[in-house]
Design a protein around this ligand. Structure first.
Ligand SMILES: [Fe+2]
Ligand SMILES: [Fe+2]
Length: 136
């Protein structure tokens, strides 16, 4: 978590460990979708894991955006736009299955979210992480 009053300690705003922890959590939640899809999990169970993953992603994106504002990150607008696009793409992707997501759709779902997460983290988050490291 970030400090309640980011102005009170400019050096304390950035907590790189929290940033890395949140990313590890996202990767883990993504793996749970993958696991559920390749095991005998019900469609309801798969949907619940997707819902949990996206809920955490939304929370993480909001926190990351708070960090970016606090440190006056030069890539804020572009990074925030990517977050918004990711969430919209995820919603569109899930909607494309309609109400009848089938177990056999599971591998496509898992693959999609793995790609979705890896692309953002290996580009936008990596750049932000480097910036955070240089200012912490
Ligand atoms: Fe991000
Ligand atoms: Fe992130």
């Amino acid at each position: 978590m970030i400090a309640n009053n980011p102005k009170s300690n400019d050096r304390g705003i950035i907590n790189v460990e929290d940033f890395d922890h949140a990313h590890n959590e996202l990767i883990d939640l993504c793996k749970r979708i993958d696991w559920a899809c390749s095991n005998d999990t019900t469609v309801f169970g798969i949907r619940e894991r997707i819902r949990t993953f996206l809920m955490y992603a939304r929370w993480h994106f909001a926190e990351e955006e708070t960090w970016m504002r606090a440190i006056h990150y030069h890539g804020f607008v572009d990074h925030q736009a990517d977050h918004a696009q990711l969430l919209q793409d995820a919603a569109d992707f899930i909607d494309s299955f309609g109400p009848a997501l089938r177990r056999q759709d599971g591998s496509a779902v898992a693959c999609y979210f793995r790609f979705w997460l890896n692309r953002h983290m290996s580009e936008k988050d990596k750049q932000l992480r480097a910036f955070m490291g240089s200012t912490a």
